[in-house]
Design a protein around this ligand. Sequence first.
Ligand code: 13P
Ligand code: SF4
Length: 308
Amino acid sequence: MKYTISKELFQTLAGEVEVLKKAHKAVILAHYYQRPEIQDIADFVGDSLQLSQQAATTDAEVIVFCGVHFMAESAAILSPDKVVILPEAQAGCPMADMVDAEGLRAYKKRVPGVQVVCYVNTSAEVKAESDICCTSANAVKVLESLKGKDILFIPDENLGRYAANILDKSLQFWPGYCKTHDRLTKEDILKARREHPLAKVIVHPECRVDVCQEADYIGSTAGLIAYAQNSEKQEFIVGTESGILHRLNQVCPTKEFYLASERLVCPNMKLTTLAKVRDALTTLSPRITVEDKIRVRAKEALDRMLAL
Ligand code: 13P
Ligand code: SF4
């Protein structure tokens, strides 16, 4: 995938970022959905689980999080002594906004004793009201670890249904979804299969249930990359956000990847630019913090997940 800025501008900005990063003892973490030039200057690129593991263990003093708000917030929860920066303050996640702490508290009142599994795509306040977090990489493992019958999965209904189906477990679901993955339809997959009959279909579990049913493999972003790397196949139809193509092409240069729909672009993930990363490292802002009262309880939910 090509950079969204010229090579010359990339070199200038990347040079400035490198100098500032050293001066502030900073580490740059980026999600696979980020612009190609952001992925290429990052110290670590990963899925949500890998990024929270990095945030929890890094010895850098400053974490520059190139992703969306809940990711930087998770880093601030896990590493409260570090300065956590989100270069673009407006980079949120519409799915995370589909559940709030007040609504969740009301649900728990209606269903006393319910255990709440929350996808990391949630606010710190919602995590603080939850028993355990999960990501798309470990949702099955997290659900497997829970005893008891009353389990509520928030907020991604598609991911919850995917994991529950594997375990043949009955769950309660929150009606949330990813607006980006929801744009991919079963018809898109069938059309892509007709155009590329030899390709394997690989999709993210945030996709609609009928899209997942058409897939050869379902996994987190890191899972999809590992599958393509280890597969003997040469062609893949990719059902997740477009940014992943950059890494897929880097690690599998001789294989062909086709985005299942041109609509698979998360506008929030694309808000972070290299100039904003440079500015954020210059001013050490916008800074993400979480008040202690919420942070300590949210950390318990994240720690339970990381302990698995
Ligand atoms: P993963 O990278 O953990 O698969 O998550 C995808 C996602 O939706 C990030 O916003
Ligand atoms: Fe949120 Fe979906 Fe964008 Fe991920 S891809 S940040 S879940 S809207």
